[in-house]
Design a protein around this ligand. Structure first.
Ligand SMILES: Nc1ncnc2c1ncn2[C@@H]1O[C@H](COP(=O)(O)OP(=O)(O)OP(=O)(O)O)[C@@H](O)[C@H]1O
Length: 249
């Protein structure tokens, strides 16, 4: 469904991450891990088409990403950014309804069916009570849940999420992880970044460990999310990781 082939990503000709290869099928979750500044957001922006690859190719389905029209892309690929402070006082429901935009005709207003889908997405994320609240007046975690609901409402086949649990309380982190598993079980392809290896261990079919400009490890979470590998990745003593992650087994 999503394929990265010999991909080099970066900014203005300066490479940040080189030689990335990945195949993500429907019904799979891939999780990207790496220290601050290692290029996770740069890679995500490239696989969304916001940044051109410096080398190599992003494939979505059978077509290179750059050949996709914007409307077709919006129906197929949903992006959950890190929650930002909204600038305009849309209600939370209006933000979620934006996920339906790619399904509407030109100038068409959301139908009853679109509203039902938005409502269901709000309920799935546990925030139907926020529907009428201005997006600018809910908490960072609630904004994150609204952006997840927007992606659900989009009904896209591929979901790309940039640290989707970073703003959330413990309960909402678990709810989002369960939601990601449900999406995978519905046959979606899910690609996300996280700073929490225990989240990767729970949901990932494959992990991609990046740092120092390249892919340092790639494969099953059981193989790669060991204290030794995580210690190398984050420059911490493996025994500290063992002591921390051990509690999550
Ligand atoms: N717009 C930009 N122009 C030039 N360089 C950039 C730009 N955005 C990021 N960079 C550089 O690219 C590198 C990778 O940044 P990126 O934001 O992709 O890292 P990250 O892994 O997402 O970090 P974090 O975990 O802190 O969010 C950094 O050295 C950063 O300074």
């Amino acid at each position: 469904m999503l394929e990265l082939s010999d991909l080099t990503v970066g900014h203005r000709g300066r490479a940040v991450l080189r030689s990335i290869n990945l195949r993500l099928e429907s019904g799979q979750v891939a999780v990207l891990l790496g220290p601050n500044g290692s290029g996770k957001t740069t890679l995500i922006r490239t696989l969304l088409g916001h940044l051109p690859p410096l080398w190599g190719q992003v494939w979505l389905g059978r077509q290179p990403l750059r050949e996709w029209s914007r409307v077709a892309l919006a129906r197929t690929l949903a992006y959950v950014p890190q929650a930002h402070q909204g600038l305009f006082a849309f209600t939370v429901e209006e933000v979620v309804l934006m996920g339906r935009t790619a399904h509407l005709g030109v100038f068409a207003l959301p139908s009853q069916a679109d509203r039902r889908i938005a409502q269901a997405a709000l309920e799935q994320m546990g925030i139907p009570h926020l529907a009428e609240k201005p997006y600018t007046e809910v908490s960072g975690g609630e904004r994150q849940l609204a952006l997840l609901a927007r992606a659900l409402a989009q009904e896209a086949q591929v979901l790309v999420l940039d640290e989707p649990t970073s703003n959330l309380d413990f309960g909402n982190q678990l709810r989002v992880l369960a939601q990601l598993e449900a999406l995978r079980d519905q046959g979606k392809a899910v690609f996300l970044s996280t700073h929490q290896p225990e989240h990767a261990r729970r949901v990932a079919d494959q992990v991609l460990l990046v740092g120092e400009g390249s892919v340092l490890g790639q494969g099953s979470p059981q193989t790669w999310l060991t204290p030794e590998n995580l210690g190398r990745l984050y420059r911490v003593e493996p025994q500290h990781i063992e002591a921390y992650l051990g509690n999550f087994r």
